[in-house]
Every structure is written in C-alpha cells, then in structure tokens.
Design a protein around this ligand. Structure first.
Ligand code: G3P
Length: 215
C-alpha cells in the first residue's frame, strides 16, 4: 500500500519524507488555507520535497471552469494530480483530463456507487473519506471493502486512495482490504510508527548495555 501524507505543512512533509515512507502528498482547500501560503508557491515547494503524485484541488463548480483550472494546476509540475469533487460536473471534467493524459483524484466519495461512476469516467484515484463516515456512525472501512470488490469485479484500474484516516486502525484495515493508497495526516503517521513495547524495550536494552559497555 502506498502512503501519502495529507497536509499542506511543508515541515511535516519534509520530516515524513526523510523517514523514507512517503509516496505522495494530498492537499485540499482547507489544508491549503491552514498553510496560509500562495497556493502555487505551496504546491511548488511540495514538488521539490516529494517525487510522487501531489494532489491539488480545483475550486470551480462547472466542468469548463474545472478543466481550465486543472490545466493550470497540471502545468505547474509533472507530478500534479488534479483533485476534483465527486459531482456530475466534476466527472465531466475528469473525462476531459483523462483524454489528455492528466491524472485525477476524485474526492469527497461517500458511497460505492459514486466510486463506480468515478472509475467509469476514468479517474486515476478515488478518495473515499472513511473518518467522516465513521463520524456519522457509518462504517467507513466497509466502503473501502465495497469499492475494492466492485473495482476488482470489473477490472477498473482506478486506485483506491483511502482518505480521512483518523488513526492506526484505519491504516491497518485499509492495508488488509487492499486499498492501493492511504493518505493520512502526519499525526496519524506518527501514531502508526509507535508502539509502547518498542519504546520500553529499547529503554531496557540501553539500560542493560550501560552495565557492560565498559567491561
Ligand atoms: O484530504 C481529504 C481528507 O483526507 C480529509 O480528511 O480529516 O478532513 O476528514 P478529514
């Protein structure tokens, strides 16, 4: 499973990238607003840190405007993936981007029918939001299972990009289901690495070593 970091914070991206585990980056308008930088400057800085797919989202609502905006975003760097909302106008734009070889990430997916339609339109990635479904007492991970089944049934090559990940459980289950990618905030990636027995075990090893290091 590929791991993307879901943030607009370049300090976090650098740190996680140095750990050698980041395959790509996702951003959204809320994360970009949090970063508080000019969007082109932000995306350009990210392209200089990570050599992998970097999702940049359009904010227009008609296919024509999304197309224009997405073409501009895609012109910034070869790794840009144009992120498009899962609405009819968005799918129309995806079809045009796909015909021109521009990669797309269809976002705000909350059911498997939507994911099926995005794949039919030619999306490179589909972003189902597991955490936001859990927030309203639905089973976010069941959506990942359903999409995996449907995509495998029909041989769609759209990659499932599990988004809105809230913790290590989402991470592990997405991998078990066969999600192609997970995107997670840096806070979640840090939780995934940690285990209390790793920390206490290391502490014990180092304390024991002190007893014999100078023999
Ligand atoms: O970037 C899309 C998605 O990962 C957002 O997650 O935590 O705002 O639901 P969240």
């Amino acid at each position: 499973m590929k791991i993307f970091i879901d943030t607009g914070d370049t300090t976090e991206i650098k740190e996680a990238n140095d750990w050698g585990l980041i395959d790509g980056v996702t951003t959204n308008p809320s994360l970009a607003a949090k970063a508080g930088k000019n969007f082109k400057q932000l995306i350009t800085e990210i392209t200089q840190i990570v050599d992998g797919p970097i999702s940049a989202e359009v904010v227009s609502l008609t296919a024509d405007e999304m197309y224009k905006e997405g073409k501009e975003l895609a012109s910034w760097h070869k790794n840009i993936v144009v992120k498009v909302p899962l609405i009819p106008e968005g799918l129309k734009a995806v079809k045009r981007f796909t015909a021109e070889g521009i990669k797309t990430n269809v976002t705000l997916c909350f059911n498997a029918n939507q994911a099926l339609l995005a794949a039919k339109a030619g999306a490179s990635y589909i972003s189902p939001f597991v955490g936001r479904l859990d927030d309203i007492s639905q089973d976010g991970l069941q959506l990942i299972r359903d999409i995996r089944l449907i995509y495998d049934n029909y041989g769609f090559d759209t990659e499932i990009l599990t988004a809105s990940a809230r913790g290590p459980y989402h991470f592990m289950e997405a991998a078990k289901i066969g999600s192609d990618v997970i995107t997670a905030p840096f806070s979640v990636i840090k939780q995934v690495i940690k285990h209390p027995l790793t920390d206490s075990g290391l502490k014990q090893f180092l304390e024991d070593w002190k007893k014999v290091a100078n023999l």
